[in-house]
Design a protein around this ligand. Structure first.
Ligand code: ADQ
Length: 758
């Protein structure tokens, strides 16, 4: 497909909806402007983008045209979309619409992420179609994207897309912005295990993930940690091979456009006409897409309570309620509409008079000019969502108050409440609170109105839609997309070649940690057994007469003996409390006392009882509380508390307390991997030394090494080691490369060690 876009660096926007919606009328295709926050926000952004962004990128927009289009009509829609809107439509089938859009997006994610768990449906067919449609977006994208383009994916319909694109184009810059709230883990976990994991993994395909508020960012990072185990540092996640920045970018509105439109002749004329119809009552405005999350019913109940409790306002105020039809095929939405219309009728019937209708209700979309006229003439804007990512209506109202009067009543559940602290903030669940806020707003003195509006306008003028996009895109352009390396001192191929050459010409000492270095951590330690390949590798290295190989571990000697006792290598158990030289017996490194264990053991057990999944390991000269199988956050919190307690309790005895990788360990002081490794390094001069470890306890080993030794920390924690490797797989590759080097060098079948069998 030739999309007609040239390949200089461009911004490729991807969202479920395009800025236009295709409609069929008398067999003819018509293009209508799309409503809704994402489409309107992005549209006004693109209109101003050329002036405001430092890079002034060209753009194109990929998305669904809002209706199913027949095969014959597709070419015409494609041509017009490209020519008039710089858009590339992704066509979806009826089935996609039912199961993806109305199904997974609007019956699963939307209710759940807006904290309506009872309304969420967990249908496997919806989920499968969600995956299919994300794939369906990926294919045309790959045809559109040029090598230098940057991708900005929007919203909850396309949460799997970042990683789908990343897999195919590892070096492309990808941003993702979520326009709706990201919920707390307790809500998010209601998704089935596989779905919740794939969604997080999908999002982490992006280089920058953006949210409207700090709360949404915090909840997302919490879910990432609990589901995938990645901890963040000031919003940055260090994945195995990439960095993902998770940031807060509160979306603004096109402030100037709203502000300046107020004085336009069209808006002035609209205002006059509306004024004639509405008489001289005070006007409370309510404008939304029809959605149960917007709290429209609660708003009506609050208004009815005002009329009930403060009858002096009857006939003096009118609620003007404009509702845009939305997602009309979904039952919950139809239900809300019926309920809403019933309630409007009831309130009008109960309080209305011949010359006064308390609520004027319109179920339709209105033009930009009418919308601005409504904002400009309303004394109060009543915005009461039960949960909202941001809420642009609240911001548009403030931007349209040219005369600096008017009052905004805003739900504290809207993201916008974080920025608009000078609104009257209310809890939308409490009708009395809404009624009192209305009374306060209707009676507020002009001077106070102006004071509040000024403060909010000055914020919205600065943080407008361009600023939102500029900051997001600047972040995206600032990174080296997909190439950012979280490991600054990663062992490069060149350094590895140097290391192998050094190894090949020397007598060698190899000091290796086991858990986390040679094998990945498992939920329980007994599951992290060495496999045949690892045993063969250690056997090869140990059998080379030039080598002295030692495994230094915190494990007990029985386990090490069982797994490695027959190999020609040295072993150190319990961090060196017990050692075994090659082909000799176990011996204690020095006389150690273990009396303290009887006092400490009950304390560890008390903590283990408090953390489901945690357990205590009793060794000969040490005690360890393990919490790898426990809930990540609870385990870490309790472990910090335990470490503190133990440090205080052990101040007068000769032991050390160590908070390691998902463990808290107490062991005798004066025994650590630094001391024990010296035993094998004694008198080795400037021989080749290689030490590899992944944990805090391995730092003792690194710091004790002579200059010129090779030291490698596995993982990305701060270290004294010279280099990093990412994980046990990379260690395994390095050890294999050492063996291959040996084989090339010596190549004598007589001296090659035998592989282990059985
Ligand atoms: P929405 O849920 O669509 O957006 P909102 O932010 O209020 O909610 O945006 C609605 C948009 O539609 C506004 O720009 C408004 O002017 C327009 N609109 C509303 N009623 C209208 C009417 N009767 N006629 C014409 N236009 C009308 C989603 C999230 C929000 C988030 C936005 C942007 O749910 O929380 O603020 O995306 O990120």
């Amino acid at each position: 497909m030739n999309n007609g876009f040239h390949t200089a660096q461009r911004l490729v926007i991807v969202s479920n909806r395009l800025p236009f919606t295709v409609e069929q009328r008398d067999g003819q295709i018509e293009f209508k402007e799309s409503a809704g926050g994402v489409a309107t926000g992005l549209k006004s952004l693109l209109e101003t983008m050329q002036d405001s962004l430092p890079h002034k990128p060209e753009y194109c927009w990929v998305g669904w045209p809002g209706a199913t289009v027949s095969e014959e009509q597709k070419p015409a829609v494609l041509d017009r979309a490209q020519a008039e809107y710089r858009s590339c439509p992704v066509f979806l089938s009826e089935e996609d619409f039912d199961k993806f859009y109305e199904g997974f997006c609007n019956k699963t994610i939307w209710p759940l992420f807006h904290y309506f768990p009872a309304a969420a449906q967990y249908d496997e067919n919806y989920w499968l179609q969600y995956k299919n449609v994300n794939e369906a977006f990926c294919a045309p994208l790959l045809e559109v994207i040029g090598p230098d383009d940057v991708l900005w994916i929007h919203d909850y319909h396309l949460m799997l897309l970042p990683s789908l694109v990343r897999k195919r184009l590892p070096k492309i810059g990808i941003g993702f912005f979520l326009h709706i709230p990201f919920p707390q883990f307790e809500i998010y976990r209601l998704l089935p295990v596989q779905w919740r994991r794939e969604i997080i993994e999908g999002l982490l395909g992006a280089d920058v993930v953006g949210f409207h508020t700090h709360d949404h960012q915090k909840y997302f990072l919490g879910c990432v940690q609990r589901i995938l185990g990645y901890k963040h540092k000031i919003g940055q996640l260090l994945l195995d091979r990439r960095i993902v920045k998770v940031g807060v970018f509160p979306m603004g509105v096109d402030y100037r456009r709203f502000h300046e439109a107020v004085m336009s002749p069209e808006v002035q004329q609209e205002k006059q006409q509306l004024r004639k119809i509405l008489g001289d009552t005070k006007i409370v405005l309510s404008v939304d897409r029809q959605d149960y999350s917007k709290g429209i019913i609660h708003r009506l109940e609050g208004y009815a309570t005002l009329l009930e409790k403060h009858p002096q306002w009857r006939e003096k105020v009118t609620l003007l309620m404009i509702v845009v039809p939305s997602r009309i095929g979904i039952q919950d939405y139809q239900g809300t509409k019926n309920h809403l219309e019933e309630l409007v009728g009831k309130i009008n019937g109960k309080f209305g008079a011949i010359n006064w209708t308390p609520i004027i209700y319109q179920y339709r979309s209105v033009s930009f000019e009418t919308l601005v006229a409504l904002y400009a003439m309303s004394d109060v804007a009543l915005v009461t969502p039960l949960r909202d990512g941001m809420n642009l209506v609240a911001k548009e109202y403030i931007a349209s108050r040219m005369d600096k009067t008017g009052v905004l009543i805003l739900s504290e559940m809207a993201g916008a409440a974080r920025e608009l602290a000078d609104a009257i903030l209310i809890n939308p669940n409490h009708r009395e609170e809404i009624a009192e806020a209305l009374k306060l707003a209707l009676e507020m003195r002009r001077q106070e109105q102006t004071q509040r509006i000024r403060l909010m306008q000055s914020r919205l003028r600065r943080y407008d839609v361009s600023r939102w996009a500029t900051e997001f895109i600047a972040e995206l352009f600032s990174i080296d997309p997909g190439r950012a390396r979280p490991f600054p001192r990663l062992l490069t191929p060149a350094a590895q070649t140097g290391l192998i050459q050094h190894y090949d010409r020397s007598p060698n000492r190899l000091l290796l940690d086991y858990d986390g270095t040679l094998v990945r951590f498992a939920k329980y330690p007994q599951l992290a057994k060495p496999d045949r390949q690892l045993l063969n590798c250690l056997n090869h290295l140990g059998a080379n007469p030039r080598n002295e190989l030692v495994l230094l571990s915190g494990r007990v000697k029985a386990t090490l003996e069982n797994w490695f006792g027959s190999l020609p290598i040295g072993l150190a158990a319990e961090h060196g409390a017990w050692i075994k030289e090659r082909e000799k017996s176990w011996e204690k490194l020095k006389l150690l006392c273990a009396e303290w264990k009887t006092r400490m053991c009950p304390i560890l057990h008390t903590y283990a009882d408090r953390i489901p999944g945690a357990w205590v390991e009793e060794k000969e000269f040490s005690l360890a509380l393990h919490y790898r199988a426990a809930d990540e956050e609870r385990g870490a919190l309790a472990a910090r508390e335990l470490t503190d307690d133990l440090l205080a309790l052990t101040a007068n005895i000769d032991v050390q307390v160590l908070h390691g990788n998902k463990t808290v360990e107490i062991r005798n002081a004066g025994i650590h991997k630094g001391i024990v490794s010296q035993r094998w390094l004694l008198n080795c001069g400037s021989d080749f030394i290689l030490a590899i470890g992944d944990d805090l306890t391995d730092e003792d080993m690194f710091t004790g090494l002579p200059a010129g030794a090779h030291s490698i920390r596995v993982g990305n924690s701060p270290t004294q080691a010279r280099n990093y490797l990412r994980g046990p797989d990379d260690v395994s590759m390095l050890l294999d490369a050492l063996i291959k080097g040996e084989q090339l060098d010596e190549c004598s079948p007589d001296t090659a060690p035998q592989a282990l069998h059985g």
